[in-house]
Write a protein that binds this ligand. Structure first.
Ligand code: ADP
Ligand code: MG
Length: 609
């Protein structure tokens, strides 16, 4: 028997390794921007064509590379940033794994132009499929320009996995924003298909945040600044009124690296407890700096997750710092600095919150103004039940259906309502199920799934045939979004019209809501759109649905009566009769049953009759 194991050729090994680092154009954007930052650039330009599928180019004025380094840079595990394992715990650069350029060169056509200040001529290299196809001296500016063309041209299967241009562009903008927010002292620009989308002059953190999130934030950011021996936390939290239904504006940076951490995010949310509505999210941009030895960055290929030596301290510290800022700026209605006792004792945590400071804050004139509820800017209790809103909506739809309701009651498929007195015909169980007589057995209807089904039908018809009537708003509502959410909403505008929303772009990631379907309760216009965007994102990984289909599903889910809401007899009645108007009433849009039927003979059998 012959031996069968072989070493993979370099280009194949690199292609496989690239899968970890470069998943989409946005991954290359992140790596190239970080390299430019590491090279000490003060100006970084990002140029995109066709959502990065055709071109991702980064031009920087950093330190450039020598001819030999330029060639070496594309080797796997080639890095100038660490030399031994000890260095891993002192990392001050964004990169260190030496994989990005090798990966990019394995899955795209790459052109590098680079020159150091001390060299007269620069170096030009073309690489394709991990092979250098051309290298020559060239005249160029000090710094580096790398362009990556036709990503995955040699791996068609992965190219096919790329999403729509709108979706890929959204990822690119997200990555761009994350790097730009971390380094406000660097000029950044982003152009896509020849149009400049961002032009961010160097400035301080606040200026950069406002440049990115929009000028409506200028007066709505509360600064945070706490310094201890263990760590420093700085940045801004949004005032309660900036809280949204979407998670858009939440950023954590640890040693200038954007990270995702549900745990730390929870710390901020917890500090906002009782200040903003339960289902909304506070905006924040927080920079945490600590000794690199206290974190392990090398737990995730794209370094978006990191491990803290002691995550609990960080959690407690963040929560306390946010509460402190809210209290200092007289936003929190009550001062509650209670912390887990162990953690409280840590100097790191307890330092900023002396009793005197608390006292001083509470007695300050500003605090008093905020806590008196007759003040215009006082913070109201947030437990506003949505039930009222929903009821109004439901009434609307039952009026529309009054006519058909009558017919349905006599329809053979529906349900003998047990005599004239229909109020006895429905029984709500657990505020979730509706029990009703049916033929000689009974039906158990799941109120939320049933309502989702009804709304799904209603919106589908609207989307494909006739438009839902729009009610013009007397006072149009403005909506400020993050760049990424704005891109998404732009894409949805024409479909939204079909279902009754008139939304107009207003420049700078702002929109004006001019009209809404009549169902939407006044005052709720903004929430519904924000929620819609958030849900749309969750659906966006689902490729089997068209954009419209996703929208319809989101709307149905969003507007449906939820399990746990108590319903009046009238409401139950119209829900049931609406449901049976449709041809396939027994499944929800995502395939769960909307009701279960218990037939007489089945019941008899259960009782051994
Ligand atoms: P890493 O950033 O992890 O070191 P990369 O593959 O991203 O690995 O880059 C390899 C090396 O190429 C870097 O260590 C750096 O020395 C050099 N390099 C990459 N991009 C640039 C740039 N824009 N300017 C100067 N040097 C660069
Ligand atoms: Mg790198």
């Amino acid at each position: 028997m012959q031996d069968i194991i072989q070493l993979l050729p370099d280009n194949i090994a690199n292609q496989i390794a690239a899968g970890e680092v470069i998943q989409r154009p946005a991954s290359a954007v992140k790596e190239l921007l970080e390299n430019a930052v590491d090279a000490g650039a003060t100006r970084i330009q990002l140029i995109i064509n066709d959502a990065g599928k055709a071109l991702v180019q980064v031009i920087d004025n950093g330190k450039g590379m020598s001819e030999t380094d330029a060639r070496m840079a594309f080797e796997r595990h080639a890095t100038s940033k660490i030399r031994d394992i000890e260095d891993l715990f002192r990392i001050k650069t964004m990169g260190f794994r030496g994989e990005a350029l090798a990966s990019i060169a394995a899955v795209a056509q790459v052109t590098l132009k680079t020159k150091r200040a001390e060299d007269e001529l620069g170096t030009l290299i073309n690489i394709e499929n991990s092979r250098v196809v051309n290298q020559e001296p060239c005249a160029t500016e000090v710094g580096t320009s790398i362009s990556m063309k036709n990503l995955f041209f040699n791996v068609p299967a992965r190219r096919n996995f790329l999403k729509s241009n709108a979706a890929e562009m959204r990822h690119i903008v997200d990555e761009f924003i994350r790097v730009a927010m971390a380094f406000p002292n660097i000029f950044f620009s982003l152009s896509a298909n020849g149009q400049e989308l961002f032009h961010l002059e160097a400035g301080n953190h606040k200026q950069r945040i406002v440049q990115i999130l929009g000028s409506t934030y200028t007066a709505r950011l509360v600064p945070i600044q706490e310094k201890t021996d263990y760590l420093t936390i700085s940045g801004f939290i949004g005032k309660p009124e900036t809280a949204r239904k979407t998670r858009g504006d939440q950023y954590f940076f640890v040693n200038n690296r954007f990270i995702k951490s549900a745990y730390l995010n929870h710390a901020v949310n917890a500090a906002f407890d009782g200040i903003i509505p339960k289902d909304s999210f506070p905006g924040y941009v927080l920079y945490i700096d600590l000794d690199p030895a206290q974190i392990d960055i090398n737990v995730h290929p794209t370094k978006q997750e990191i491990k803290f030596e002691d995550e609990k301290i960080i959690y407690a510290f963040i929560q306390a710092a946010v509460k402190h800022a809210l209290a200092q700026f007289s936003i929190a209605p009550s001062l509650d600095f209670s912390l887990n006792a162990d953690i409280q004792q840590l100097d790191a945590v307890s330092k900023p919150f002396t009793n005197e400071q608390q006292q001083a804050t509470v007695s300050s004139g500003l605090y008093q103004t905020f806590s008196r509820s007759n003040q215009a800017h006082a913070i109201e209790p947030t437990e506003k039940s949505k039930l009222g809103d929903w009821r109004d909506f439901f009434k609307q739809s039952s009026i529309n259906n009054l006519q058909s309701e009558k017919q349905q009651i006599t329809d053979s498929r529906l349900i003998r309502l047990g005599g004239e007195d229909s109020s006895k015909s429905f029984l709500q169980i657990n505020n979730t199920y509706i029990l009703l007589n049916h033929l000689s057995g009974f039906l158990l209807v799941h109120q939320q799934l049933a309502h989702e089904r009804i709304l799904y039908e209603k919106y589908s018809v609207a989307m494909h045939k006739q438009q839902v009537a729009t009610q013009q708003l007397l006072f149009p509502v403005t909506l400020d979004l993050t760049a990424a959410d704005a891109a998404l909403l732009h894409d949805m505008i024409s479909d939204l019209v079909q279902i009754g929303y008139v939304v107009e772009p207003f420049g700078n990631n702002s929109f004006v809501i001019q009209g809404c379907p009549a169902d939407v309760v006044a005052g709720n216009e903004k929430n519904t759109i924000e929620l819609l965007i958030e849900q749309f994102k969750h659906f966006s990984s689902d490729i089997k649905y068209s954009k419209r289909e996703k929208l319809v599903r989101c709307m149905a889910r969003q507007q449906s009566v939820k399990a746990g809401q108590s319903l009046t007899d009238k409401e139950m009645e119209s829900l049931v009769s609406d449901l049976f108007e449709y041809i396939t009433p027994n499944v929800s849009p995502n395939g769960s049953p909307t009701y279960i039927e218990f037939k007489e003979d089945y019941l008899d059998r259960m009782f051994g009759k």
